[in-house]
Design a protein around this ligand. Structure first.
Ligand SMILES: [Fe+2]
Length: 294
């Protein structure tokens, strides 16, 4: 089986179906457990070109999800979950995104509410360059994940705004996670000037593609140092106004067995709410960033 896939990959280009949205492509007929080096380098290039890749009908054990993710680079350890635990003994790279409660304990993080637009872990100095999210159980409706192309958002800004934000930095809040829960060990504050977080340039040059992306991270508690709070809020609201543009987005309607890999440097994502009584179980890994965003 391995030999035949190697044989095919030596001859054929990737089977790729563009999403038709502002980013994203589905790569078809690949088993992510069995990719030779040539195939893998095609996948990596497709990922840089399309920002988000969808692979359907995968059958990955946790160790296989970790092994595939690790081909992109060293993995980050998962953040501590909302109840203070890392959930998977012996697999510290694995983060469980789930609303399921078993024996009174949540098995994962982020609940069933809306998860607002964000970049993963951009409140850290060196955010992960990529995230991989693998669907094990999905609710019958809702819980879908949308992505936005932040190269396109930057390109859509009028020149005066591009000039205005050149050289400015923005604080990426470390108080709340994308589900709105306060992170472990943080005293919540809703003053963006006081909230903990990392400062990153508003315009980020992608280290591999060389393209400029608007780097917003998340809206809540964001702050542009050097500006009065009201001025910072107004400028951020103006910039965020360019994010909600259907031309720049694409939504994955999840099926079990979907693996979605996104470039965390030039995209944001959000999740629709879903019925709290339905089960949604996703396993996530993250690939370490190569350095501070610049
Ligand atoms: Fe996320």
């Amino acid at each position: 089986m391995m030999a035949s896939q190697d044989q095919r990959s030596a001859d054929k280009p990737l089977e790729m179906l563009l999403s038709g949205g502002g980013l994203g492509a589905e790569i078809r007929n690949l088993d992510l457990r069995r990719l030779d080096e040539r195939r893998f380098s095609q996948v990596r290039q497709a990922w840089l070109d399309n920002l988000v890749l969808l692979f359907r009908d995968q059958d990955l054990a946790d160790a296989e999800l970790i092994a595939f993710s690790r081909r992109f680079g060293e993995l980050d350890y998962a953040p501590i979950q909302e109840n203070g635990q890392r959930f998977v003994e012996g697999l510290p790279e694995l983060y469980i995104v789930s609303n399921v409660v078993e024996n009174g304990e949540p098995i994962g993080s982020l609940g069933s509410g809306e998860a607002v637009w964000h970049t993963d872990m951009s409140y850290t100095e060196v955010p992960p360059q990529a995230s991989a999210l693998y669907a094990l159980e999905v609710p019958p409706t809702g819980g879908n994940t949308s992505f936005v192309n932040m190269y396109s958002v930057f390109e859509a800004l009028p020149d005066r705004l591009k000039q205005h934000i050149a050289g400015l930095r923005v604080k990426h809040d470390g108080t709340y996670n994308s589900g709105g829960y306060v992170r472990q060990g943080v005293t919540p504050s809703d003053d963006p000037r006081q909230a903990p977080g990392a400062l990153h340039p508003l315009v980020y040059t992608h280290p591999e593609t060389g393209r400029a992306a608007l780097y917003l991270g998340r809206r809540r508690n964001a702050y542009i140092p050097g500006l009065e709070l009201a001025e910072s809020e107004a400028l951020l609201d103006e910039l965020w106004g360019y994010v909600e543009n259907d031309d720049f987005t694409w939504t994955n309607i999840w099926r079990p067995g979907d693996l979605v890999l996104w470039d965390n440097r030039c995209t944001m994502h959000r999740r629709d709410p879903f019925d709290a009584a339905a089960r949604r179980v996703m396993h996530r890994t993250q690939i370490k960033g190569s350095g501070r965003p610049a």
